[in-house]
Design a protein around this ligand. Structure first.
Ligand SMILES: [Zn+2]
Length: 112
């Protein structure tokens, strides 16, 4: 970890959605509530997410999906009390930004 860990971080807008989910471990529900992701199982173009409140969500690996857009735009109404997302994770998410031509591309081979 670098010492600028508390600083704002940037990801490319076009990062792989599953890699991003694995990185941030947060899932926005349709009501705008953030859930913590306990596990991700990839199944071809789909992923099965299990949240800490034991919801199972099936999602496509799409940068243009609702959840991907909500994460990028941070359309979040609150966080799930059952998931008990730690404060540091929320503030890390709040200091994460997405840019067109700037930031980590978050690839399997490139990132640590
Ligand atoms: Zn939850």
């Amino acid at each position: 970890m670098s010492k600028s860990d508390s600083a704002r971080r940037f990801y490319r807008k076009r990062v792989d959605f599953f890699l991003l989910l694995q990185k941030i471990k947060l899932w926005p529900s349709r009501t705008g509530v953030l859930h913590g992701i306990k596990s991700i199982t990839e199944k071809g173009g789909y992923a099965e997410l299990t949240t800490h409140c034991n919801k199972v969500i099936l999602t496509r690996n799409s940068k243009n999906s609702r959840a991907a857009r909500w994460i990028r735009n941070k359309w979040i109404a609150g966080s799930c009390p059952a998931c008990k997302i730690p404060e540091w994770k929320l503030s890390k998410f709040n200091s994460t930004f997405f840019a067109q031509h700037y930031g980590s591309a978050l690839t399997n081979n490139g990132s640590k």
